[in-house]
Design a protein around this ligand. Sequence first.
Ligand code: PGA
Length: 248
Amino acid sequence: MMKKLIAGNWKMNGSLAANDKLLKDILAGLGQQASCQIAVGVPAVYLAQCQALLAGTKIDLASQDISTHEVGAYTGEISGAMLMDFGVRYAIVGHSERRQYHGETDEVVALKAQRALGCGITPIVCVGETLAEREAGQTDEVVKRQLAAVIHANGHCISEVVVAYEPVWAIGTGKTATPEMAQQVHAVLRAQLKAASEHADRIKLLYGGSMNAANAASLLAQPDIDGGLIGGAALKAQDFLTIIAATA
Ligand code: PGA
């Protein structure tokens, strides 16, 4: 059976002091055993700090974004090669906050996934419907459209991505999709990936959106939920550790 992946998404939270404490507390609580793969998605300015704190540990480093460009006159952007310099293993791409506040289209997200793969970074591609789209019965159509762009741009490399289903209405709201609702969408995504790749069974499908210490086990028990992308609960060491333990 494939190992589950628990990835934290710190978003724009943290400080040198807070990151130091959070990672040390998580590492202390983790001990020797970790039944799953673990990553933390930290703000870019803290990559060097977190790389040093996580060296030789079971926790991998993730970025929260990656540029569509490789190098050059793109003020403020951070390239895949730069992320590689800091030992980044995963890049979150197409998070709904970037789609919503930074105008990222399906095509931009697909290109970011392509750039990550080109550098040997695993993209965690986020897809998910808004509340209005769910209420209009468009959930499957929306997530399939978002994923189709990534499949189209990445060809056979699609088996190397991680996909995170994050219903927008569940992010940071405390409203989680029920395990059954999440599984239903994950099954749709798995079928789409199966049609695109003979290796679809090894693609990790994460659920994200108010996953927490109390609901993680029931979500992670679903057949097509291979892990979680955790926002708020990843900022509390004990909650993050409880979610990790729920993969066992
Ligand atoms: P949340 O965020 O766990 O705080 O809902 C998840 C995410 O946005 O990745």
